[in-house]
Design a protein around this ligand. Structure first.
Ligand SMILES: C[S@@+](CC[C@H](N)C(=O)[O-])C[C@H]1O[C@@H](n2cnc3c(N)ncnc32)[C@H](O)[C@@H]1O
Length: 279
């Protein structure tokens, strides 16, 4: 067997270079880092092109918008009509925060099966895929859909077997529920034991808009609806919006499905309250 001299030198140099650089870059490696191409797709202009390109493609090839057949509750019909009119809109910042947080939580598998309730369009789900949760593992459900990734389904009657998902992700949707205890029970039912709920909503202590569940007592009221299944709260935030008395509130928590232990077992890992305005 003959080894060519130039190949030998090349291998030797590569090995030397690796040994030289490894101690420098190894401490800087992080599981939070994303591949370069994902950062590129996240750039607003490129992301918009991707999201709207897919919307136009599916709209054209699938014959427009499908929607859940007429619902007995007039309220659901109103919600559907209102949100259909906003099909092209996407509020990136409020939902993207959850994705950054999800990447920080240990124990969430990279192949986690995610149910996204109320994405309105694909943008939220595409963004989730850029944060490392492949689109094939993300199932969307909404009252209407133009995409094969979003099924027409009511959050009060999810058509999935018990224990299907690792994460239920529902951003700015639960306030549209006309029966919150039922919607929360459905979320717990479709989650696997130890599954994670990710949710947020705009909170005011006074009722200012037509919603199904005003949640005027904020996050505590919402968590009460998930009681006694809230096992571990990873994140809880009440963020002022700049408008007097209006807050963006959000939480991420782990669910226990077996009979709960004493309430002292429930722990809050991160809790952030309203930030005081700087004088
Ligand atoms: C305000 S949008 C939220 C969009 C996105 N998640 C965000 O954070 O910007 C609420 C979505 O929930 C959907 N929705 C409302 N009631 C629902 C129900 N009963 N079942 C399923 N989806 C529902 C609406 O159609 C709408 O697309």
């Amino acid at each position: 067997m003959t080894i060519r001299c130039d190949e030998f030198i090349k291998d030797y140099m590569r090995d030397r270079l690796r040994k030289l650089l490894l101690p420098i870059y190894k401490p800087s490696r992080s599981k939070l880092l994303l591949p370069y191409w994902r950062y590129l797709l996240m750039r607003p202009a490129i992301f918009e092109l991707w999201f709207r390109g897919r919307l136009a493609w599916f709209w054209g090839t699938r014959g427009g918008l499908q929607s859940l057949s007429e619902q007995p509750q007039t309220f659901v019909e109103q919600v559907k009509t209102y949100n259909q009119s906003k099909i092209f809109e996407f509020f990136r910042i409020r939902t993207e925060k959850f994705m950054v947080l999800l990447r920080c939580i240990d124990g969430i598998p990279a192949d986690a099966k995610i149910l996204c309730i109320g994405p309105r369009n694909e943008a939220e789900m595409l963004l989730l895929s850029l944060y490392g949760f492949p689109l094939r593992n993300v199932t969307g459900v909404d009252l209407f859909s133009y995409s094969p990734a979003i099924q027409c389904m009511d959050m009060h009657e999810l058509k999935f077997p018990d224990g299907t998902f690792d994460i239920v992700y529902t951003a700015w949707t639960l306030k549209y529920s006309f029966d919150l205890p039922r919607a929360c029970a459905e979320i717990v039912r479709v989650l696997k034991p130890g599954g994670v709920v990710v949710t947020g909503f705009s909170h005011t202590s006074t009722l200012t808009e037509e919603v199904g569940s005003p949640l005027t007592k904020g996050l505590d009221e919402l968590l009460q609806h998930f009681s006694p299944h809230v096992e571990w709260v990873y994140w809880k935030e009440v963020a002022p919006t700049g408008v007097d008395g209006v807050f963006e509130v959000s939480t991420i928590f782990r669910v226990q499905k077996s009979p709960p232990g004493p309430s002292s077992d429930r722990r809050v890992m991160v809790e952030r309250g309203p930030v005081q305005a700087e004088s």
